[in-house]
Design a protein around this ligand. Structure first.
Ligand code: SF4
Ligand code: MG
Length: 314
């Protein structure tokens, strides 16, 4: 709720002045059990920071992260260990996140060594089981990361994330580094695992076609805020925020039902150190009104749990 991460930056001649990068500036959303919440936006909009703030890899400046009704945003590192059993992260680049000197088996086993009292035999058995769950084989456990393809490495990353039987998986650009055909295999695996295990996903991606494939509800982020949120259907069929409309119009789609004209956004993502006044999107907005330059639009429910922060819908 109202989650903020402001990162202090030294600036000025002698590094005495501080300014803040508003990496995320009041992000507010809920993820329901057993659903996939897709968080989408251009790179640098604060999606990853949001995921990291939930995992407490970054400490939020203010605001609250609740997990199963409990505020976890002020827990100590030690107390967070219990939470890590329930919340796990899947990274974008499994090659960078898997230790090249460890075998797949060791990589998957590690969280069990750190967080459980399982015996070595129990852990070995569980590793084999997890390899099969993600579509690999027991004999893969003695292989090293470089011996696997990108898709297989992401499966190892998923097996490792599942080792402690988490409830929530945060996937940050989890398939972005993969070829399109491999992407859909990994996405299908994630969906299947969700069904079988009742998992909940926060799925972070800049790629609208990927988010569309997997999400139940979607939040669109711009400059550290969620500017629109709703069910997948309402976001894709009836995008309200001019930014969402622009993103969707630029996304390639094979069989688009209602062909939209491509909207080209003016300018680049503004500097988050000094975000624009009023609506943060106004310098790039094709629909702006005079009030947009001074008044910040409220995030409001326009019906059917569809929320938007834009003066066009007052
Ligand atoms: Fe555009 Fe104004 Fe809506 Fe912002 S509030 S998105 S500037 S119309
Ligand atoms: Mg990112």
């Amino acid at each position: 709720q109202e989650l903020k991460v402001h990162i202090p930056l030294k600036s000025g001649l002698f590094g005495r002045k501080y300014s803040f990068v508003k990496a995320i500036d009041g992000v507010d959303f809920s993820i329901y059990e057993n659903e996939t919440f897709g968080l989408v936006g251009e790179s640098g909009c604060g999606k990853s920071t949001t995921g990291k703030a939930i995992m407490r890899l970054i400490d939020p400046t203010s605001g609250k992260v609740s997990f199963e009704g409990k505020d976890i945003s002020r827990l100590s590192r030690k107390e967070m260990r219990n939470v890590y059993k329930d919340i796990q992260l899947i990274f974008q680049d499994p090659y960078a996140s898997l230790n090249p000197r460890k075998t797949a088996g060791d990589i998957i086993e590690e969280p069990m060594i750190i967080n459980t009292t399982m015996s070595p035999e129990e852990r070995k058995y569980r590793v084999q089981e997890l390899l099969e769950v993600v579509g690999l084989n027991a004999y893969h456990s003695t292989r090293y990361p470089h011996e696997f393809s990108g898709g297989q490495r992401q499966r190892i990353g998923i097996a490792r994330a599942l080792a402690l039987n988490p409830k929530l998986l945060i996937a940050d650009e989890a398939v972005s580094a993969l070829d399109v055909s491999v992407q859909s295999q990994v996405l299908n695996l994630l969906r299947q695992l969700q069904h079988e295990r009742g998992l909940t996903y926060l799925f972070i991606s800049h790629d609208l076609s990927v988010v569309k494939h997997i999400s139940d509800r979607i939040g669109v982020m711009y400059l550290g805020r969620i500017v629109e949120q709703g069910s997948k259907k309402s976001i894709y069929k009836n995008p309200l925020h001019p930014y969402t409309q622009a993103l969707l119009s630029a996304a390639p789609s094979i069989n688009r039902t209602n062909e939209r004209e491509r909207i080209v956004l003016m300018g680049d993502l503004p500097n988050p150190i000094n975000p624009p006044k009023g609506c943060p999107f106004h310098p790039r907005c094709f629909a702006k009104k005079t009030e947009c330059e001074s008044a910040s639009p409220q995030f409001r429910n326009v019906g059917d749990e569809h929320y938007v922060a834009c003066h066009l819908y007052n």
